[in-house]
Design a protein around this ligand. Structure first.
Ligand SMILES: [Zn+2]
Length: 64
């Protein structure tokens, strides 16, 4: 199950429901980063979490 709201800041995730990190507070969304599938296990959490976090941080700067 994917949370409709961020568990950290409770912002509505909307199109970011399946993202690895919250677009608002940039904290990891554990519901999405837990290794639920084989493909996720082959793609370790730490190596894919940081570029996405950096991406959202960049988007937040652009939108502000
Ligand atoms: Zn958040």
């Amino acid at each position: 199950m994917h949370a409709a709201k961020c568990p950290h800041c409770h912002v509505r995730l909307g199109q970011f429901m399946y993202a690895d990190a919250c677009p608002h507070c940039h904290k990891e969304l554990h519901d999405n980063t837990q290794p639920l599938t084989v493909s996720a296990k082959r793609d370790p959490l730490k190596t894919r979490a940081w570029p996405i976090t950096a991406f959202f941080r960049m988007v937040a700067v652009i939108e502000s």
